[in-house]
Design a protein around this ligand. Structure first.
Ligand code: SF4
Length: 447
């Protein structure tokens, strides 16, 4: 049972795919991730624990499949996870699994750990016939057998139930029967509002008008019988699975602002970890066909600075399709920063003071930035690469050098004639003439 004092964290591992992968409603089972070895998974786990503050009691681990499946999470990784939890004083470790993966052998790495283990299983519904239609691949008897084995080890069980699954004739009765049954075996039940994940058979049913999800009010109406039961939790809006690269997002417990110019404020472990993630794990969304490289802003987050606000005003003048095709990427002292990370540490907490730059700092900035841009453009292929910089900027110089080296055509949105008119102005890129150039360049790309 959940205590309000417990501090919980969730770790999503990305490795391989669900061994079953047949549930007709599940988008997670459709994910085909690279199957990772122990070292890469250890790196993911270490990255996660970098952001875990002291005092966490419960860790939940999901892998879009089965943490107990040794093909997906090698046994040495399971043991490493247990060891990490012990080191961090975590008392309860919850891992997701199918009943098929609960056996004396698969439970072995968790025995004698001193942790309270909880095994989370998606039972989905009480009725075996309905579960078979969902292609879940196990029966109540399988579930009960797994629960008995978990209990025999003194551990806990959590289960998930789908509210309003397809083929369900009476949602309210299904919820009530399922929760009543599940609570005989599980300490805790989460009721999930069934959603049409992309690429699933359920999604196709939804498209054909053969099934539709409940809205929030309908969901809470169907589950109201259990609202006061502390063992029952609710997930009313579980949408599509998030991209697997998020499992690798760099985590930092210490978030000290990085303020200074040159040396350690150009190259350090925090920036290096981000650049590695951005070039090796992060995936640019398919519709982002055009990269638009832009400067940072002294004001953080960037969107509060006058230049970024002006650029967004230009983008807002285009229709949604054009806007979605343009990927803003900032070039700054921390490196190459896709705009979606602008609010993450340290990109929201650093200051590099241009007025403190010396010739050697500028040289180092250009050299390091050029290398980062080469790595970025090798990892992420755009149909077009544009930029909007003042022509004397080191970032512009570094970008030109990187594009030259890679044979990438670089389209400069600021025209030379405009630059010669505005180059002595403060905040030159926010001048109307310059922004007209940007708009013109984006219009030309669209045409
Ligand atoms: S619901 Fe679980 S078992 Fe079924 S496909 Fe999805 S991840 Fe696999």
């Amino acid at each position: 049972m959940k205590s309000p004092q417990l501090r919980e964290r969730t770790m999503i591992l990305s490795s391989g795919r669900c061994a079953w992968a047949k549930c007709m409603y599940c988008g997670y089972g459709k994910l085909k991730e690279e199957r990772l070895g122990g070292d890469a998974l250890k790196e993911q786990i270490d990255n996660f624990f970098n952001g875990v503050e002291p005092g966490v009691d419960v860790l939940r681990v999901y892998v879009s499949g089965n943490v107990t499946d040794r093909a997906q999470v090698p046994v040495e990784t399971q043991a490493y996870m247990v060891q990490k939890c012990r080191g961090f004083g975590i008392r309860t470790l919850l891992v997701e699994t199918l009943p098929q993966f609960v056996s004396e052998k698969t439970l072995e790495p968790f025995k004698g750990s001193g942790l309270r283990m909880v095994f989370a299983m998606g039972l989905e519904c009480y009725d075996d016939a309905l579960r078979a239609k969902l292609q879940k691949g196990f029966t109540r008897a399988d579930f009960e057998k797994a629960c008995a084995l978990i209990r025999a080890n003194g551990w806990g069980v959590k289960t998930y139930l789908l509210v309003n699954p397809p083929f369900c004739a009476d949602v309210k009765k299904d919820v009530d029967d399922s929760v009543a049954y599940a609570l005989k075996w599980a300490d805790e039940v989460t009721l999930i509002n069934c959603q049409p994940h992309a690429g699933t058979e359920l999604h196709a049913m939804h498209e054909r008008g053969e099934w539709k999800p409940l809205d929030k009010a309908q969901f809470f109406d169907a589950t109201k019988e259990w609202l006061s039961d502390a063992r029952v939790r609710y997930d009313a809006t579980q949408y599509a699975p998030f991209p697997s690269w998020k499992s690798w997002l760099p985590q930092f417990k210490e978030q000290t602002p990085l303020v200074g110019t040159g040396g350690e404020f150009l190259e350090n472990e925090v920036y290096d970890r981000w650049q590695k993630f951005i070039c090796e794990r992060y995936v640019v969304r398919d519709e982002r066909k055009t990269a638009l490289f832009i400067p940072c802003s002294y004001t953080k987050p960037y969107i509060n600075g006058p230049l970024h606000r002006a650029i967004w005003r230009v983008l807002d003048s285009f229709d949604a399709e054009v806007k979605q095709s343009i990927h803003l990427v900032v070039i700054s002292s921390p490196g190459v920063i896709p705009i979606e990370f602008a609010d993450y540490y340290p990109f929201n907490a650093y200051d590099w003071k241009p007025w403190e730059e010396t010739a050697s700092i500028k040289e180092a900035y250009t050299r390091v930035t050029k290398k980062r841009l080469v790595d970025y453009l090798k990892a992420h292929k755009y149909e077009r690469v544009l930029c909007y910089f003042t022509m004397d900027a080191e970032s512009y110089d570094a970008l030109k050098q990187a594009c030259n080296e890679l044979g990438v055509e670089l389209i400069t949105c600021l025209r030379e004639e405009t630059w010669s008119l505005i180059k002595d102005e403060k905040n030159a890129l926010t001048r109307p003439e310059a922004l007209e150039d940007l708009k013109g360049a984006l219009t030309a790309v669209r045409a």
